[in-house]
Write a protein that binds this ligand. Structure first.
Ligand code: F6P
Length: 366
C-alpha cells in the first residue's frame, strides 16, 4: 500500500527532544512524498479532531527547542476519557471509536505515537483495533526495558548533575545537609547517575529501600571523618524499608494515577530531629524536563524520528523504534511495554557507587 498521509502525536509528560522527533518525522516523510498531520495534545487531538498540517516551515528552528509544538496531555486516555468539550471533568467513558473515526475521516494511513509506557500501552490497544501505529519511546525516567535509552533522560540527567555540582559549594560553606529530590517515578536512574556523576554522598532510589537509621548513621559517620556537610540525592519514588513511598496525591483517570513527591522534606525533618543537623531541600521537579535538549538527546530524537518513518515505509507498523548499542532497531510495541527497566540493586552501577563511598541509606546494602 502506498502511504500518502501520516499523523504524529506527542503524548504523556513532555521532555526535551520531542520537537526534534517531530522535525525528523516531518522532514523524512515529506522527502518521501507523504503529507504529515500533527494532532494536538496527544490522543486528545485525535478524539477532538484537532490537528495542524506539518510542512518544512512548521518544523523549522525547533530542533533545539524544549517542550512540544504539538502540545501534550497525560490525562487524555481515549479508553477512559474524562475530559468534556470545555475541559470540565466528567464520568469516564470509552471514546476510542472517535479516534478511529477521525483517522478514517482524515485518510491517515499510519500514526506515529511518541510517548512513554502509558502512551505506548494505549497505542497497543489501538493496534488491536486495526490502527497502524509506530511507537517512539520518550521519558526522562529511562524506564522502558526495550531500549538502551529514551530521549529526554540525558537532558534531565544533565540538569540533576548540575544541581548536585552547584549544591556542593553552599553545603560546604554552611556545613549543612542538602537534599536534592529528583524525578524518575518508580526507577532510580536520574538519582543514581546524577549522584555518581556529581559525587553525592547518599543516594535514595526506589530499587533499594532505605531506613531512617541507616541514613542518619551515614551522615554521622561522615562527620566523624571530618566531613561537615553531606549531599543526599533522593529519587521521588524512593521507598523505605516498610515499603512506604512519598505520595503527594492520587489522580483518578490519569495514565499516571500517583503524583509522587515530598521525600526530601520528610528526610530533612527526620534528620533535623534525629541528628540535630541543619537540612535544606531542593526539589528539582519539572526543571528536569525543560529547556534545550543535550546533543545526545537531539541525536537520539532525530534518529528515532527518521527511523519511525522508515518503519512505516517498510510496512512494519506495530513496532517501536529502540536504541541498541549504537543502532536503531525495532521491537514490537507490545513487548516494549511489558516490563519496566529499573536499577539492579546488585548490579555493577550500584557497586561502582558503593566503591566510591556512596551510601544507599540501607541497612541491607553497603
Ligand atoms: O514520567 C515523567 C515524569 O516527569 C516523572 O518523572 C514524574 O513522576 C511525572 O512525570 C510527573 O508528572 P506531571 O508532569 O504530571 O507532574
Amino acid at each position: 500500500m502506498t502511504i500518502k498521509r501520516i499523523a504524529v502525536i506527542t503524548a504523556g509528560g513532555d521532555c526535551q527532544g520531542l520537537n526534534a522527533v517531530v522535525r525528523a518525522v516531518t522532514k523524512h516523510a515529506l522527502k518521501n512524498g507523504m503529507e504529515v498531520f500533527g494532532f494536538k495534545n496527544g490522543f486528545d487531538g485525535l478524539v477532538r479532531n484537532e490537528y495542524m498540517p506539518l510542512d518544512d516551515c512548521a518544523v523549522s528552528g525547533i530542533l533545539t527547542r524544549g517542550g512540544t509544538i504539538l502540545g501534550t496531555s497525560n490525562i487524555a486516555n481515549p479508553f477512559d476519557y474524562t475530559l468534556a468539550p470545555l475541559g470540565t471533568p466528567q464520568e469516564p467513558r470509552n471514546v476510542s471509536n472517535l479516534v478511529m473515526e477521525n483517522v478514517k475521516k482524515n485518510r491517515i494511513d499510519a500514526l506515529i505515537a511518541v510517548g512513554g509506557d502509558g502512551t505506548l500501552s494505549m497505542a497497543s490497544r489501538f493496534l488491536d483495533m486495526g490502527l497502524p501505529i509506530v511507537g517512539v519511546p520518550k521519558t526522562i525516567d529511562n524506564d522502558l526495558s526495550a531500549t538502551d535509552f529514551t530521549f529526554g533522560f540525558d537532558s534531565a540527567l544533565a540538569v540533576a548533575t548540575d544541581a548536585v555540582d552547584r549544591i556542593h559549594t553552599t553545603a560546604e560553606s554552611h556545613h549543612r545537609v542538602m537534599i536534592i529530590e529528583t524525578m524518575g517515578r518508580y526507577a532510580g536512574w536520574i538519582a543514581l547517575r546524577s549522584c555518581l556523576a556529581g559525587g553525592g554522598d547518599i543516594c535514595l532510589i526506589p530499587e533499594i529501600p532505605y531506613s531512617d537509621e541507616a541514613i542518619a548513621k551515614a551522615i554521622i559517620s561522615r562527620r566523624e571523618k571530618g566531613k561537615n556537610f553531606s549531599i543526599i540525592v533522593a529519587a521521588e519514588g524512593a521507598v523505605n524499608e516498610r515499603g512506604e513511598m512519598s505520595v503527594q496525591k492520587t489522580i483518578a483517570g490519569s495514565t499516571d494515577p500517583i503524583r509522587l513527591g515530598g521525600i526530601s522534606g520528610r528526610i530533612a525533618a527526620m534528620l533535623e530531629e534525629k541528628v540535630g543537623l541543619e537540612c535544606r531541600v531542593v526539589v528539582l521537579g519539572h526543571l528536569q524536563r525543560g529547556g534545550t535538549p543535550t546533543a545526545f538527546d537531539r541525536w537520539l530524537s532525530t534518529r528515532f524520528g527518521a527511523e519511525a518513518v522508515e518503519l512505516i515505509l517498510k510496512g512494519e507498523t506495530g513496532n517501536m523504534v529502540a536504541l541498541r548499542g549504537g543502532d536503531i532497531i525495532s521491537v514490537p510495541i507490545k513487548d516494549a511495554v511489558a516490563k519496566l527497566k529499573r536499577v539492579d540493586p546488585n548490579g555493577q552501577e550500584v557497586r561502582s557507587a558503593l566503591a566510591v563511598g556512596t551510601s544507599f541509606g540501607s541497612s541491607r546494602i553497603g
